[in-house]
Design a protein around this ligand. Structure first.
Ligand SMILES: N[C@@H](CCC(=O)N[C@@H](CS)C(=O)NCC(=O)O)C(=O)O
Length: 244
């Protein structure tokens, strides 16, 4: 299969594991639109070297970025900008925004501000462990960025778990009435929430079970919605079968 797009993603110790919330948004958007792509995996310390080289911008030090091979190797950085780019550059693919970009952006912002930071606090020790040989690098760079120890940064995990439950209420209520977060069609809003939930599911299956599956108010709705979203939440093309 030819690849129109190269997607840069971040790899921990398990090869081909999709876990990173921001790169998942781009991956799931490409899956949903049916645009062929290949993944280039970077280890954490490689991101700050490789991405500024590609973007020719020292300030761009995160994934996802994409290179659109079909469009003169155009480089686009940052998941929201990539979503907008894909929508414009591939108009004959299923829409992410369905003519209502504001509603999708609102849910993107809501999930990014209200859920992701709490999920990150529940996950950060597991991410550090799974960084393997780069664990120390990961911890040191986070502590420098947060200006405190990871222990202090995380604090009481039960407070974050409670905040996640509270912030899921409104989303769960929507899913009680509609199959997707903005109504009857999958869109960017669903892709954002699914990406943040996959981050929790991979890093903290215990918390995924407690906070999503067993959510007293909307657990059933979240589980049914995740089943509907599952076909987009995949590594694509799938990893080759393990050699015996
Ligand atoms: N707003 C950005 C956030 C990107 C971001 O934070 N990416 C993380 C991976 S999920 C990253 O590249 N981190 C590099 C690092 O922390 O060193 C987006 O949505 O693209």
């Amino acid at each position: 299969m030819s690849h129109d797009i190269i997607l840069y993603d971040v790899e921990l110790t398990t090869p081909n594991e999709i876990w990173s919330p921001n790169t998942c948004k781009t991956r799931f958007a490409l899956n949903y639109k049916g645009i062929p792509y290949k993944t280039v995996w970077l280890k954490f310390p490689e991101i700050g070297k490789k991405i500024p080289e590609i973007t020719k911008n020292e300030a761009c030090r995160t994934v996802p970025i994409i290179i659109d091979v079909r469009n003169g190797n155009k480089v686009v950085h940052e998941s929201w900008k990539i979503a907008n780019y894909l929508e414009e550059a591939y108009p004959n693919t299923p829409s992410l925004f369905h003519g209502n970009i504001g509603a999708h952006f609102f849910i993107h912002e809501y999930c990014t501000k209200r859920l992701l930071p709490k999920i990150f606090k529940l996950n950060v020790f597991t991410v550090a462990e799974k960084a393997g040989e780069h664990q120390q690098w990961f911890v040191q760079t986070r502590e420098k960025a947060f200006k405190t120890s990871l222990d202090k940064f995380v604090g009481d995990q039960s407070i974050h778990a409670k905040a996640i439950t509270e912030n899921l209420v409104a989303l769960g209520r929507v899913l009680k009435h509609y199959p997707y977060l903005t109504g009857n069609q999958v869109g960017w809003a669903d892709i954002c929430l699914a990406s943040y939930i996959i981050f929790l599911r991979v890093m903290r299956p215990d918390q995924f079970q407690a906070l999503i599956v067993n959510d007293k108010k909307a657990g059933k709705e979240f589980v049914e919605w995740l089943k509907r979203m599952d076909k987009y939440m995949q590594l694509n093309p799938p990893a080759p079968a393990a050699r015996i």
